[in-house]
Design a protein around this ligand. Structure first.
Ligand code: F0G
Length: 464
């Protein structure tokens, strides 16, 4: 019997979008104009865009058909009931509250559950979650296992919660904890999964103090697939069954449906209990919209209702995780320093080992990101001292825990040959690493500096 080794893309192309192919001179000019900040480079100057997997998915023919079925009624639209049905079935939760994206769900939830003096633990909060917790006056804390903080440690579930450390902390702090947020997969920790065993352990711990368990489920299907692949006893279960078990442990969930919802926009809050649901809906009406559309058009709800089913297709998930792993493996073979093992949605270069002579205060991740763009038109995202560090009063930089460069893979968008091109691009920059140096920040805004600050190379010219 023919047993192919090649895992093919389980789709073919029906509509094409031309890729900008520029020469180096054009890219150097674009980068100069952007003050070496990739967020300021126009998309038409980018050949392969790996800045994020959020909102960048290709929709399927069924999703485009669903767009046409969209019902734009203000109240009680058919689109909402289709969206609600899919999510009630998946999550087992009664209350489904649509929002325009993930952070809107976070803002509403923490407006209701957060506040001065509260403490919100997580494996690792994603930045918008952390910002929304803190904006409510509460404190955001991370309890990922130690392996999750070491780019070189190998563990099948590096997103797991350190239950021993959490239990000790809860003994003292449980009265101040309104809920726990488990991020699956753990984006800020490298797209690493959480095991079902860890979730059951966490549930038992939270139950002891009656603390609600929330899932930040932007990449729930990728997490379920890792469980299917890696967790003993789970190999014969479908990603849907595994996902349903994950949600069954929770009291609520919030999602940026721009990831595993295959949506270009969208999110939701799912809740088991009536009291919070009522308070959240009241906030929703104030800031997002009527409860049967949230911040979305009817057509968006319909496209998401289809996407949230399609994402659980085993052939899709097998291809998705294999394609990320493929890039990771090829780069690892060349010797490029990476955060390992491969994450679900992204490959992370380890900037500190890539450019050991560049101190974190000179942003090694930014130098790599700049070089990948100017040499090959590949756009990536620094996740390190630019994003999480800060300028101290003496002008020096407080370094982040790690200096990573994220290559996030949009869903169903790029083919294997695009990925081969990316691998070549990284290999080229890796070979030329000895002539690379650091960067400095020329001007920065008071908050979220990575989006708008300007840079300048220190002691080298990446554009030459
Ligand atoms: N939670 C997680 C785990 C995320 O990765 C994101 C977004 C959000 C919440 C917020 O959702 O963007 O729809 O408001 N992550 C994007 C990224 C921005 O590039 O990783 P949003």
């Amino acid at each position: 019997m023919f047993q192919p080794k090649t895992i093919i893309e389980p789709f073919r192309v029906k509509v094409v979008e031309p890729l900008p192919l520029l020469d180096r001179v054009d890219r150097a000019e674009a980068l100069q104009k952007a003050d070496f900040n990739l967020f300021s480079v126009p998309a038409e100057k980018v050949t392969v865009d790996l800045m994020t997997d959020s909102g960048t998915s290709a929709m399927s023919q069924e999703q485009w058909a669903a767009i046409m079925r969209g019902d734009e009624s203000y109240a009680g639209a058919r689109s909402f009931f289709r969206f609600q049905k899919v999510l009630q079935n998946l999550t087992g939760m009664t209350h489904i509250i649509p929002t325009h994206q993930g952070r809107a769900a976070e803002r509403i939830l923490f407006h209701v559950a957060g506040g001065e003096g509260k403490k919100v633990p997580s494996n690792t909060h994603f930045d918008t979650t952390r910002a929304n917790v803190e904006n409510s006056g509460a404190e955001a804390l991370d309890f990922v296992i130690p392996e999750g903080l070491d780019p070189q440690s190998i563990h099948p579930f590096k997103g797991n919660v350190d239950l021993v450390r959490l239990e000790q902390w809860l003994e003292v702090n449980h009265d101040d904890v309104p809920l726990f947020v488990l991020t699956v997969t753990n984006n800020s920790g490298g797209g690493q999964p959480v095991s079902l065993e860890n979730m059951h352990g966490l549930k038992a711990l939270l139950q002891k103090w009656e603390i609600p368990f929330f899932l930040d489920c932007a990449r729930f299907a990728e997490n379920a697939w890792f469980i299917h692949l890696r967790e003993p006893g789970q190999g014969s279960r479908s990603p849907r069954e595994i996902s349903q078990e994950m949600f069954s442990l929770c009291d609520g969930a919030m999602m940026s449906a721009k990831k595993d919802g295959f949506g270009n926009i969208g999110g939701f809050l799912a809740l088991k209990h009536d009291k919070w649901a009522m308070e959240c809906r009241n906030m929703l009406i104030l800031t997002e919209g009527f409860p049967t559309y949230g911040g979305l058009a009817g057509r968006d709800l319909d496209a998401l209702a289809v996407g949230l089913e399609e994402v659980l297709d085993e052939r899709y998930l097998a291809y998705r995780i294999a394609s990320t792993e493929y890039v990771w493996r090829k780069l690892d073979e060349i010797g490029v320093p990476l955060l390992g093992p491969a994450g679900g949605h992204a490959i992370y270069l380890d900037g500190r080992r890539f450019l050991p002579a560049v101190p974190p205060g000179e942003f090694p991740g930014q130098s790599i990101s700049v070089a990948l763009y100017v040499e090959a038109g590949v756009r990536t995202c620094e996740i390190g001292t630019v994003m999480f560090g800060k300028t101290l009063p003496d002008g020096s930089q407080k370094p982040a825990d790690m200096d990573l460069v994220r290559m996030a893979i949009p869903r169903r968008v790029y083919t294997q040959s695009h990925m081969d091109y990316v691998i070549e691009a990284v290999a080229y920059v890796w070979e030329g690493r000895h002539s690379m140096k650091g960067m400095k920040i020329r001007n920065e805004p008071p908050a979220l500096r990575h989006f708008t600050c300007g840079f300048e190379p220190v002691g080298w010219n990446p554009l030459a």
